[in-house]
Ligand binder design. Structure first.
Ligand SMILES: NC(=O)c1ccc[n+]([C@@H]2O[C@H](COP(=O)([O-])OP(=O)(O)OC[C@H]3O[C@@H](n4cnc5c(N)ncnc54)[C@H](OP(=O)(O)O)[C@@H]3O)[C@@H](O)[C@H]2O)c1
Length: 459
C-alpha cells in the first residue's frame, strides 16, 4: 500500500496520548489531507467495481454468482451528491459539511444480537471500507448500531447495509463517542490522529493502516497464523500488510509442519492496493493508450501518461517501487514492512527474509512468488498435504491440467490460492511456490472483520 509520508509529517504534532506512552498526534482529524489525493467522479466500471466492492452481500451466497446486481446493493449515493462534494474542491472547509451526521435513513432491522454493539467504519467510502461493509453483511456480523465515517470529501454519501441506507458522517471525536468497535481504513496519518484516544475511551480499534503494526501495545494479527495474539486483550489490533498476509497464508502451515528458516519473496501487487485512486489511474492510462499498443514496442517515454499515484506509467508496465525508498538500505518501505511484519507474526525475530515488491497493472489481487527454506527436508507432497488442511487456503496445484493460481481467480473470494509448488533440484529443504489473494478482502477487510468477530465474541 502507498502510505503518504508527507501527509503524516504534516499532521504529526508529537503529543503523548497516554496509550502505553505512544507519541502521536491528538489533533482531531485533519480533513482534506487525503482529499487532495483523490479526484472527482469515479464512474469507470472497473473503478466502480472496486469502489462499490465486487463481492457478495448475501451471507452464504458465493460472490461470483451475484454479478452486477450484487455490486449494486452496496451503492454509492447519487452522482449528484458525489459531484457536489468534488466540486467543493480540495480546500473546502469542514463548515460546509459539519451538519452531516452519520446515521440511518431508516431504523436498522433487528440484527439478532445478544449484546449491544455499536460499530463504526472509519474510511467507509474507500476501497477497503466498502469491502468491510460488504463483509460485515455477508457474515451477518452481530451489531446493533452502525456509523459510517469519512472525510468531508465523501461525507453525505449514502451506502446500503442490510437493505437500509446509511448516510456517511464526518470523522470527528464526537462521532466516535460510545462506539464499541471501530474498523479503520482511513490511512495511517489520519489513524494516528484518533485511534489512540478512541482506544483510551474504551473503543476497540481494528486498523488497516501501517501506523500501529509494530507498536508493542497493539496486536498484529492474522487469525489463521497467530490466533494467540487475540487472547491478550489489546485495545488496538493492526491488520498486517496485504502482501505479507498473502505470503503467510501460504507459508504459515508449512512453517508449522517443518520450521521456516528463510524466505525470498517477490510480489506482484494490484493497483487497488493503492486504493480506489490507484484503480482509476490504471483505467485512465489504458484508455489513453488505446490504439497505440504497437507504439509501445518503441515508446516515446515523454509522451506516456503518468499519474500522481504511481509516478511512472502503470498501464502495460510493472513498477519495482511501492511506497518510498529508504535511502539507507535501498529497499522500499513496502519491502521493509513485509520483512518486519513477517518476523512479528511468526514470532521469528531472526527469520532470514528478503522481499522485492512490484506493482503490476492488475485491478484486484496480490500475488507472491516464494522461495522458502525449512529446518528439515520437506517434500512437495508433504507441503501439499499441509496446505490442503489449512484454513483459508485453497490448493491450486495441478500442472498437468494447467491448474495454478492467478489474481483474477483470487479476486472476490476469501481463500488464498496456492500452487506451483516445486523443489529446487538437490535442495530437499527448500520449496518454491506461488500464491494469490484478494488484497481488499483477506489482505485487509476480511482479516479485519475476522479479528472483530473474535473481539465481539469475547465481550
Ligand atoms: N487497498 C488495499 O488493498 C489495502 C490493503 C491493506 C491495507 N490497506 C490500508 O487501508 C487503508 C485504506 O486504504 P484504501 O485502499 O481503502 O484507501 P482509499 O480507497 O483511498 O480510501 C481511504 C478512505 O479513508 C477516508 N479518509 C481519508 N482522509 C480522511 C480523513 N481526514 N478523515 C476521515 N476519513 C478519511 C477516505 O474518505 P474520503 O474519500 O472522504 O476522503 C476513504 O473513505 C490504508 O491505510 C491502506 O494502507 C489497504
Amino acid at each position: 500500500m502507498v502510505e503518504r509520508r508527507s501527509a503524516a509529517v504534516a499532521i504529526q504534532v508529537g503529543v503523548n496520548t497516554g496509550v502505553a506512552g505512544v507519541q502521536t498526534s491528538i489533533e482531531p482529524i485533519e480533513p482534506g489531507v487525503h482529499a487532495r489525493e483523490l479526484g472527482a467522479d469515479l464512474r469507470e466500471p472497473i473503478v466502480d467495481m472496486v469502489e462499490a466492492g465486487i463481492h457478495s452481500v448475501e451471507p452464504g451466497v458465493h460472490p461470483r454468482g451475484q454479478g452486477v446486481d450484487a455490486r449494486a446493493q452496496v451503492e454509492e449515493g447519487s452522482e449528484r451528491s458525489r459531484g457536489q462534494q468534488a466540486d467543493r474542491g480540495p480546500d473546502a472547509g469542514v463548515d460546509g459539511v459539519s451538519s452531516v451526521a452519520p446515521g440511518r435513513d431508516r431504523p436498522d432491522h433487528a440484527a439478532g444480537t445478544m449484546k449491544d454493539m455499536r460499530v463504526a467504519i472509519v474510511g467507509a467510502t474507500g476501497a477497503v471500507g466498502r469491502t468491510m461493509l460488504q463483509i460485515l453483511q455477508e457474515r451477518d456480523f452481530p451489531l446493533d448500531e452502525l456509523s459510517l465515517l469519512a472525510s468531508e470529501r465523501t461525507a453525505g454519501t449514502r451506502l446500503r447495509f442490510r437493505s437500509e441506507q446509511h448516510t456517511v458522517g464526518l470523522l470527528t471525536p464526537e462521532a466516535l463517542e460510545g462506539v464499541d468497535l471501530a474498523l479503520s481504513s482511513c490511512g495511517s496519518a489520519i489513524a494516528q490522529t484518533w485511534v489512540p484516544q478512541a482506544a483510551e475511551r474504551g473503543t476497540i480499534v481494528v486498523d488497516n493502516s501501517s501506523a500501529f503494526r509494530m507498536e508493542p501495545w497493539a496486536e498484529l494479527v492474522i487469525p489463521e497464523v497467530n490466533p494467540e495474539a487475540l487472547e491478550r486483550g489489546a485495545k488496538v489490533y493492526a491488520v498486517p500488510n496485504c502482501t505479507i498476509i498473502t505470503a503467510l497464508m501460504a507459508l504459515a502451515p508449512l512453517h508449522r509442519a517443518a520450521g521456516l528458516e528463510s524466505v525470498s519473496l517477490s510480489s506482484y501487487q494490484s493497483v487497488s492496493g493503492a486504493g480506489a485512486k490507484g484503480v482509476r489511474e490504471l483505467v485512465e492510462q489504458v484508455e489513453k493508450l488505446h490504439g497505440m499498443e504497437d507504439d509501445l514496442a518503441h515508446p516515446d517515454l515523454d509522451a506516456l501518461p503518468v499519474g500522481d499515484v504511481f509516478g511512472k506509467t502503470i498501464a502495460y508496465n510493472v513498477l519495482a517501487k511501492i511506497d518510498v525508498f529508504d535511502p539507507e538500505s535501498g529497499s522500499t518501505f513496502e519491502e521493509i514492512k513485509v520483512q518486519r511484519e513477517a518476523k512479528r507474526l511468526l514470532s521469528l525475530p531472526e527469520l532470514d527474509i528478503s522481499a522485492t515488491c512490484v506493482r503490476v497493472p492488475v485491478p484486484v489481487g496480490h500475488s507472491v512468488s516464494l522461495h522458502a527454506t525449512f529446518a528439515r527436508p520437506f517434500s512437495v507432497t508433504e507441503a501439499r498435504e499441509a496446505l490442503e488442511a489449512a484454513e483459508g487456503v485453497q490448493l491450486r496445484d495441478d500442472p498437468a491440467n494447467d491448474v495454478y493460481p492467478s489474481p483474477l481467480e483470487a479476486a472476490g473470494i476469501d481463500d488464498t490460492l496456492v500452487g506451483r509448488i516445486r523443489q529446487p533440484e538437490g535442495h530437499d529443504e527448500e520449496l518454491l511456490l506461488f500464491a494469490c489473494g484478494d488484497n481488499l478482502r483477506k489482505g485487509a477487510a476480511l482479516n479485519a472483520v475476522q479479528i472483530a468477530e473474535r473481539v465481539s465474541a469475547a465481550r
